[in-house]
Design a protein around this ligand. Structure first.
Ligand code: NAD
Length: 448
C-alpha cells in the first residue's frame, strides 16, 4: 500500500554545488521508489538529495625518479544525520566525483540499514596504484591524509579500505593522522592491520557478511551446497573471502575473474589454491596447490562479460559498478545475485532481472559486513577493549541476519524487491532523526 505524500519543499539552494547529476542522480532516484512504501515526511528525501560537504584536493607526490606528480583526490560527506561519516577510500584510475558521491550516499543508507551510529562518506584518488612503487604509494597515502586534514576524524568522518586500498595503506594513514594530531588516534580509520589497532575478522568481513546471507537463503530454500554453483566477478578482498567461506561449506565455485579476465571450470575450483596463487603471482591461474607447490588444472579462459552470463545458481559481482546494465541483463542466467560490489546493477537491469524472477540481494545489505566490523573496530579503538574473532563473528551474524529478516518481511508485506525493501528500512531509520530535529509539520503548527 502506498501512502499519500505531502508536497516537496522548495529547495533552499537550487543548483547548489553537489546537486544531483549523472550517477549520483540515478543513485538517489532509488529513494523515490522506496518512499512510496512508508509514511515519510518529504524533508527526509530532500535532506539526502545533496551531500553535506565535498572536498576536492590536489596531492603532490615526489616520484622515485625525482619527478613531481600531482594527483587528484576527493572526500565526500554525504550525511551526518545519524553519526560521523563512514566509508572507504578507493585508489582507481577511473575514480571520479560523481561516483564517489554515489558511493557516499550508499554508505548513508547502508549504515542506517544495519542500524550503525554512522552517516555516509566516501573518498578516492585518481591513480592506478599498480603503476606506483611501494614508497610512492606510501607517500601518496600519507600526503592525502595531510590534505584531508580536519575533514576526517574519529568523531567526524572515519575512512576504511575499498577498491585497491588495503590494511597497510590504512595503517600508514592512521599513522600520519596521529603524527599530525600529536597523539595516537586509531579510531580515525578502520580496516587497519592488527598491530595498529585493527579488528580481528575485519579483513574477511565483507565476504563473510554476504556469505551469512547466502547461508540464510540456503536454510530457507533447502539449497544443497554440493549442487549449488557459484560465479564470482572480482577476486580481491570481497571476492576472495566469500569464495573461501563458500568453498569450505562445499559450494562449487565454477568461475572467478579479475580485471584481466576470468576462468571457468564446471567441476569447480579449489578456492584456497586460487587465492594462494593469485596472491603469490598477482595472476588468476587455475591451479591446485599443496603447501606452496601449485599445479595447473584445466579451465576455460572467459571474459568478464561471459562470466556474468553463465548459467549458475549464484552470481556474485565483487568488483565495480554498473557491470549488469540494460545491455546485458537479459542474458544473465543466474538464479540469485548477491551484490558484494557497490552498485553493480543499474536501474534498467534491475527491472529486467526482476521480470526474469532473478532474486537480487542488494549491495547495501549484502556487502554491509565490512562496515559492520569497521564499526566494531571503532568501538574497540575507543574503549581499548579488544574482542576475540569468535565474538566479532557472533555479533556480525546476529546483526546481518536480523536486518535481512526485516528486509525480507518488508519485501513480502509489500510485494517489492529486496532492494526497495532495504531502502524502505534505511529510510525509516533516517526519518527518526529527521523527525527528531523537527520537520515543517512541527514548525508550522502554532505552539502558543
Ligand atoms: P579489491 O581492490 O580488493 O579487489 C577488486 C577486485 O576486482 C580485483 O580482483 C580486481 O582485479 C577486480 N577488478 C577490478 N576491475 C575489474 C573489472 N572491470 N572487471 C572484473 N574485475 C575487476 O577491492 P574490494 O575491497 O574487494 O572491493 C570490491 C567491491 O566491493 C567494490 O565495489 C567495493 O566498493 C565493494 N566493497 C568493499 C568493501 C571492503 O571492505 N573492502 C566493503 C563493501 C563493499
Amino acid at each position: 500500500m502506498t501512502h499519500p505524500q505531502p508536497s516537496l519543499p522548495r529547495s533552499a539552494h537550487p543548483g547548489a554545488f553537489g546537486r544531483a547529476t549523472g550517477a549520483f542522480e540515478r543513485a538517489i532516484g532509488r529513494l523515490d521508489a522506496a518512499a512510496g512504501y512508508t509514511s515519510l515526511h518529504p524533508e527526509v528525501i530532500e535532506r539526502l538529495k545533496v551531500p553535506k560537504a565535498v572536498l576536492n584536493v590536489s596531492i603532490p607526490v615526489r616520484m622515485d625518479n625525482g619527478e613531481l606528480r600531482i594527483f587528484e583526490g576527493y572526500r565526500v560527506h554525504h550525511s551526518d544525520l545519524r553519526g560521523p561519516g563512514k566509508g572507504g577510500l578507493r585508489f582507481h584510475p577511473q575514480a571520479n566525483l560523481d561516483e564517489i558521491k554515489s558511493l557516499a550516499f550508499w554508505m548513508t543508507c547502508k549504515c542506517a540499514l544495519l542500524d550503525l551510529p554512522f552517516g555516509g562518506a566516501k573518498g578516492g584518488i585518481i591513480v592506478d596504484p599498480k603503476l606506483l612503487s611501494p614508497m610512492e604509494l606510501e607517500r601518496l597515502s600519507r600526503e592525502f591524509i595531510v590534505r584531508l586534514g580536519s575533514f576526517i576524524g574519529p568523531e567526524t568522518d572515519i575512512p576504511a579500505p575499498d577498491v585497491y586500498t588495503n590494511p597497510r595503506i590504512m595503517g600508514w594513514m592512521m599513522d600520519e593522522y596521529s603524527r599530525l594530531a600529536g597523539r595516537r588516534t586509531p579510531a580515525v580509520i578502520t580496516g587497519k592491520p592488527l598491530g595498529f589497532g585493527g579488528s580481528r575478522g575485519r579483513n574477511s568481513a565483507t565476504g563473510r557478511g554476504g556469505y551469512l546471507l547466502i547461508q540464510e537463503l540456503a536454510r530457507q530454500r533447502g539449497w544443497n551446497p554440493a549442487e549449488t554453483s557459484v560465479a564470482i566477478q572480482g577476486f580481491g578482498n570481497a571476492g576472495q573471502s566469500i569464495a573461501r567461506l563458500l568453498h569450505a561449506d562445499g559450494y562449487r565455485i565454477v568461475a572467478v575473474s579479475d580485471s584481466r579476465g576470468g576462468i571457468h571450470r564446471e567441476e569447480g575450483f579449489d578456492a584456497p589454491s586460487l587465492i594462494h596463487s593469485k596472491n603469490e603471482s598477482n595472476r588468476l591461474d587455475a591451479v591446485y596447490c599443496q603447501a606452496s607447490v601449485c599445479e595447473a588444472v584445466e579451465a576455460k579462459r572467459i571474459s568478464n562479460d561471459e562470466l556474468l552470463e553463465l548459467e549458475v545458481d549464484i552470481l556474485i559481482p565483487a568488483a565495480m559498478e554498473d557491470v549488469i546494465t540494460g545491455a546485458n541483463a537479459a542474458k544473465v542466467r543466474a538464479g540469485t545475485i548477491v551484490e558484494l560490489a557497490n552498485g553493480p546493477i543499474d536501474d534498467e537491469a534491475d527491472r529486467i532481472l526482476a521480470e526474469k524472477g532473478i532474486l537480487v540481494v542488494p549491495d547495501i545489505l549484502a556487502n554491509a559486513g565490512g562496515v559492520t566490523v569497521s564499526y566494531f573496530e571503532w568501538v574497540q579503538n575507543r574503549s581499548g577493549d579488544y574482542w576475540s574473532e569468535e565474538e566479532i563473528f557472533r555479533r556480525l551474524e546476529i546483526r546481518m541476519k536480523e536486518q535481512f529478516a526485516q528486509v525480507q518481511k518488508i519485501a513480502q508485506d509489500h510485494d517489492i524487491t529486496l532492494r526497495i525493501a532495504a531502502y524502505v528500512l534505511a529510510l525509516r531509520r533516517i526519518a527518526e532523526t529527521v523527525e527528531a530535529l523537527g520537520t515543517s509539520r512541527y514548525f508550522t503548527k502554532s505552539t502558543l
